[in-house]
Design a protein around this ligand. Structure first.
Ligand SMILES: Cc1cc2nc3c(=O)[nH]c(=O)nc-3n(C[C@H](O)[C@H](O)[C@H](O)COP(=O)(O)OP(=O)(O)OC[C@H]3O[C@@H](n4cnc5c(N)ncnc54)[C@H](O)[C@@H]3O)c2cc1C
Length: 392
């Protein structure tokens, strides 16, 4: 694979840098990084992307995509992560949009895609239930047909950002008689519909991101069903492949790794920098090598998508490796912060004690424990890899 940049790619890189220089600033970064203002910040960032025409680079051009080559996608993502700008929230632009574009009606495309592009809607994902995570097809939330409406009863769990969302895409059971995968339908539900309750789940990292969502006789127009009744499992699986590709977060891990290297360089232990400690430097090198290998695996996956092939089970490999690398970086960052990384729950935080990244290290460490669970647990990705990639 030739990884050198052509003259056109270098010109594109300069354009991306110029855009980021003008559109991404410290004030917006602070708004995005503060839990209380995160939604407002991310929406503002997405609107700036939209004005530039870059909100949905991977969409077909007719719906607002950019027709970027794989290399351009790669350049954009690398430059974005260097400055620390976030990706657009995946639930709308990547996940539900991929299903609407692939399987939605013309009316659904005309209604929802422009609203996603312009950040008028915030979507969340209603797949998991208390008894249906890895075994997702065991889901029980019912949708009973009454005229041109479905009546929804049941609950979803671990619904990320449901507290912000005005729409949720849900897997619901429309038939319990046959194979469990066959009775599932895919519905788009307005969160303002009477009968929906969102209850927060407190997590160890202190961020407010996951929720339970309850449905009590919620009326949803049949027109909000994607595709055919009972075919939701097929649509749901195509979305999961996109979700897993996104979780690899290679560009963001590269940025985190470079920051870690700087932090380790500044941390002095026994009169010398941690980077001069052979044992620690060896651990850093091991992660860096894995990260480089992942980057090339991602490029191969992107190249096959650019050739028109759907992302396949290789996305499970990317999710597996990407999430393990994220955790390895988070663990190393905790080690670099040393004693200070244990102070957050105590009387004084590390920043009050004068340490500049230990609080962040601890929060990200706890938050990162979830990356090997969400998007389908890593054990389940190993099963998929064994069956569909290795043919075992
Ligand atoms: C932070 C976070 C955010 C999330 N956001 C969302 C969201 O927005 N929307 C949504 O729908 N869901 C979301 N999820 C849910 C997530 O997809 C599930 O947690 C995940 O699929 C695992 O399901 P479970 O929690 O029910 O665990 P279980 O399925 O009960 O698994 C428990 C353990 O058993 C293992 N296991 C289960 N089956 C097998 C098997 N066949 N072979 C080997 N090991 C197995 C699992 O790997 C795991 O270690 C989120 C989860 C987290 C943690």
């Amino acid at each position: 694979m030739d990884t050198s940049l052509s003259t056109e790619d270098l010109a594109f890189q300069a354009e991306v840098r110029q855009f980021l220089h003008e559109a991404w600033d410290k004030e917006l970064a602070a708004t995005c990084n503060n839990t209380a203002t995160m939604k407002e910040g991310v929406e503002e960032w997405q609107k700036r992307l939209y004005r530039k025409g870059w909100m949905a680079p991977h969409w077909p051009v007719e719906y607002g995509g950019t027709n970027w080559s794989v290399t351009q996608m790669f350049i954009y993502n690398a430059e974005r992560s260097v400055v620390g700008a976030p990706e657009a929230v995946a639930f709308g632009v990547k996940m539900v949009a991929s299903v609407i574009i692939g399987y939605g009606s013309e009316e659904q495309k005309a209604k929802f895609l422009p609203r996603i592009l312009q950040s008028e809607d915030w979507w969340c994902q209603g797949y998991s239930e208390p008894g249906a995570g890895s075994d997702l097809a065991a889901l029980k939330t019912r949708a009973d047909r009454e005229g041109d409406e479905y009546i929804i009863n049941g609950s979803k769990i671990w619904t990320t950002y449901a507290q912000y969302a005005n729409w949720i895409f849900c897997l619901v059971r429309t038939d319990s008689s046959g194979r469990k995968q066959d009775g599932i339908s895919f519905l788009l539900i307005d969160m303002a519909t009477p009968g929906i309750t969102v209850r927060p789940i407190n997590t160890i990292d202190g961020f407010r991101h996951v929720n339970e969502v309850f449905f009590d006789n919620v009326r949803v127009p049949v027109a909000n069903r994607i595709g055919e009744e009972g075919k939701g499992w097929t649509y749901a699986k195509s979305l999961l492949v996109h979700e897993r590709l996104g979780i690899a977060e290679v560009a963001d891990s590269k940025r985190a790794f470079n920051e870690l290297r700087e932090q380790a360089r500044r941390e002095v232990n026994g009169g010398r920098s941690l980077l001069d400690d052979a044992l620690f430097a060896g651990r850093m090198a091991a992660v860096e090598i894995e990260l480089m290998a992942l980057e090339f695996t991602e490029l191969r996956a992107l190249a096959s998508i650019a050739e028109g092939k759907a992302p396949g089970p290789e996305s499970s490999l990317l999710k597996l490796q990407g999430s393990e690398i994220q955790q390895a970086i988070q663990e190393l960052r905790m080690d670099v912060a040393g004693y200070y990384s244990g102070t957050l729950q105590g009387e004084l935080s590390a920043s009050q004690l004068g340490h500049d990244f230990a609080d962040y290290a601890q929060k990200m460490y706890f938050r990162g424990r979830a990356s090997t669970i969400y998007g389908g647990s890593n054990e389940v990705q190993k099963n998929i890899t064994a069956k569909y990639v290795l043919g075992l």
